[in-house]
Design a protein around this ligand. Structure first.
Ligand code: NAP
Length: 461
C-alpha cells in the first residue's frame, strides 16, 4: 500500500499510444486516499529527517543502483505507456539514476553558515520542509519526477508524487524500487489519479509544505494561486515556445541536421522543443534546402524498434489538438511520414512562410510542428525570440563568439545552448523566465529549495 492508495476499488485503464491497446489497469486515488497518503508521509517525515546524513545518502545511492539495474525494464515500460522511443526511454531511466546519484552526495554537504555578530555568532541550518507534493506531466514521466524527488529526499523531506493520469507506470515502479533499496515505507509515495482530484488536494492540503509542479502554464497559475493561500513553497516548470536562432555565419549543415531532433524529439511533446526556427534571411533558402531531407529522414516508427527516432503522440486528444494547428490551408513546406495502422501518429511538419501572428508561431503546440521564420540581424533575432509569454529554452547557431554572447544575454530564457540543442544537465540549474516557470531545478542550488534556512544566535557570554 505504500505506493498506491485508492478507496472503494476505483481504477482506470492505461493505454499504449502506439497500439491504442490497454496495457494495464491502475488504482485511481481519490481525496480520502490522498489524505491518507499525506498523513503517512507526514509520520514518515518524523523519522526520515532524523536519519543520519551519511545513511540517507547511502540509501539514495542504493536507490540509484536499483534504478540502474532496472533501466531496461523501466525503459520498456515507458515505451508502452508513453510511446517514447526505446533509445530515449533508456536515457530517461538513466537520467533518474544519475540525478539520484548526484543528490546522494548532498545530505552530507547541506552546509549552513556561521556569521560573526556582536556578542556571539549566528549559525544557520537548512531544515527540511516536511511533505513535498510533486505533480508531473505526461511528457517525461521519469526525469521530471526524479528531478524533484531526488533533491527533496536528500534534504530530508518525504514525497507524495502524482504522475499524470495517462502515464503512471514508471512512477509506480520507481516507488517499488525505492522500497527494494531500503527507503522506509511512505518516504516516496505515488498516487495515480486525476489532477483535479489528487493534484488539487495536494495543493490544498495543510500538511503538504511545498509543491513542485511541472505542466501547462494554465494549470500552473491555478497551482500557484492555491499555494498562495497557505504561503506554500512552490516551484513551477511550465510551458515554452523556444527559438532555434540560426545566423548566416553558422555551420548551416550542423544546425540543419540537429534542428529536427530539437523539435521532433519526443514527438515535439517537450517544454524545451525549439518549435520556432529563426533563420537569418541571407541563409534562409539554403537552410530550408538542408532541413528538408533531414525532416523527411526522421524515422517515425514503432517506438520499441531500435531504429525509431519518433513515436506517437500521447493520446487521441493530443493528436487532435496538434492537428488543429495545421488546417488544410496551412503553409506546410514539407513533412515526414507516419506508419499505417493504429496509434496516435502525427508527421513531423514544417510550416513556412508563416504569418508571425499565426497561432502556430505564437502558441505552444506540444507536437511535431515547427515554424521557420526569417530575421534580418541580431536585434531582429532577439526581438522575435522574445515575443510571447514564454522563456524556457533556446539555441543560437553562429561562429562569432561575441555574437553568441550578445544574443545569449539578450534572449529572455532560462536555458540556452550555443551551437547545440541540448537543454538539460542534472548538475546545472534548469527553469523558465517569464511565464515558463518559477524557481530552478537541478544543480547544487535546487537542494535549498527543499529547505528553509533557520538562523540560531549563540551568545558568547
Ligand atoms: P497539465 O495539463 O498542466 O498537467 C500537468 C499535471 O498537473 C498532471 O499531472 C495533471 O494531472 C495535473 N493537474 C491538472 N489539473 C490540476 C489541478 N487543478 N491541480 C493540480 N494538478 C493538476 O500539463 P500536461 O498536458 O500534462 O503537460 C504538458 C505541459 O507541461 C506543456 O505546457 C509543457 O510545456 C509543460 N512542461 C513543462 C516542462 C518544463 O520543464 N518547464 C517540462 C515538461 C512539460 P492529470 O494528468 O490527471 O490531468
Amino acid at each position: 500500500m505504500s505506493s498506491t492508495l485508492s478507496q472503494g476499488g476505483l481504477s482506470y485503464d492505461v493505454v499504449d499510444p502506439a497500439t491504442e491497446q490497454v496495457v494495464t489497469t491502475v488504482p485511481r486515488t481519490d481525496v480520502a486516499g490522498t489524505d491518507t497518503a499525506v498523513a503517512r508521509a507526514q509520520r514518515a517525515f518524523e523519522t526520515w529527517r532524523q536519519v543520519a546524513p551519511a545513511d540517507r545518502g547511502r540509501l539514495l545511492h542504493r536507490f540509484a543502483e536499483a534504478v540502474d539495474a532496472s533501466v531496461e525494464e523501466l525503459a520498456r515500460l515507458e515505451v508502452r505507456n508513453a510511446g517514447h522511443t526505446i533509445g530515449n526511454a533508456r536515457w530517461e531511466a538513466g537520467n533518474v539514476r544519475d540525478v539520484l546519484t548526484y543528490y546522494s552526495a548532498a545530505p552530507e554537504r547541506l552546509f549552513g553558515r556561521q556569521i560573526p555578530v556582536a556578542g556571539g555568532v549566528d549559525i544557520t541550518f537548512h531544515e527540511p520542509l516536511g511533505v513535498v507534493g510533486v505533480i508531473v506531466p505526461w511528457n517525461f514521466p521519469m526525469p521530471i519526477a526524479g528531478w524533484a524527488f531526488a533533491p527533496a529526499l536528500a534534504a530530508g523531506n518525504t514525497v507524495v508524487l502524482k504522475p499524470a493520469e495517462l502515464t503512471p507506470l514508471t512512477a509506480l515502479r520507481l516507488a517499488e524500487l525505492a522500497l527494494d533499496a531500503g527507503l522506509p515505507e511512505d518516504v516516496l509515495t505515488v498516487l495515480p489519479g486525476k489532477g483535479s482530484v489528487v493534484g488539487q488536494r495536494l495543493v490544498e492540503h495543510p500538511d503538504v509544505r511545498k509543491i513542485v509542479f511541472t505542466g501547462s502554464t494554465e494549470v500552473g497559475k491555478k497551482v500557484m494561486a492555491g499555494c498562495a493561500d497557505r504561503v506554500k513553497r512552490v516551484t513551477l516548470e511550465l510551458g515554452g515556445k523556444s527559438a532555434n536562432v540560426v545566423f548566416a555565419d553558422a555551420h548551416l549543415e550542423r544546425a540543419a541536421a540537429s534542428a529536427p531532433y530539437a523539435v521532433f524529439d519526443n514527438a515535439g511533446q517537450d517544454g524545451c522543443a525549439r518549435s520556432r526556427i529563426l533563420v537569418q534571411r541571407s541563409a534562409y533558402d539554403r537552410f530550408l534546402e538542408l532541413l528538408e531531407p533531414a525532416v523527411k529522414g526522421v524515422r517515425v516508427e514503432d517506438p520499441a524498434s531500435e531504429s525509431s527516432e519518433m513515436g506517437p503522440l500521447i493520446s487521441r486528444t493530443q493528436r487532435d489538438r496538434v492537428a488543429a494547428y495545421v488546417p488544410d490551408d496551412a503553409p506546410v513546406a514539407f513533412r515526414g511520414t507516419t506508419p499505417d495502422g493504429p496509434g496516435f501518429w502525427f508527421p513531423p511538419t514544417v510550416l513556412t512562410p508563416v504569418d508571425p501572428q499565426d497561432r502556430a508561431v505564437t502558441e505552444e503546440i506540444f507536437g511535431p510542428v515547427v515554424a521557420v521564420v526569417p530575421f534580418e540581424d541580431e536585434d531582429d533575432a532577439v526581438r522575435i525570440a522574445n515575443q510571447g509569454e514564454y522563456g524556457l529554452s533556446g539555441s543560437i547557431w553562429t561562429r562569432d563568439l561575441g555574437r553568441a554572447l550578445r544574443v545569449s544575454r539578450g534572449i529572455e530564457a532560462g536555458n540556452l545552448s550555443v551551437n547545440s540543442n541540448s537543454s538539460v544537465r542534472y548538475s546545472t540549474p534548469f527553469g523558465g523566465f517569464k511565464q515558463s516557470g518559477l524557481g530552478r531545478e537541478l544543480g547544487p542550488d535546487a537542494l535549498h529549495s527543499f529547505t528553509d534556512e533557520k538562523n540560531v544566535f549563540l551568545a558568547a557570554e
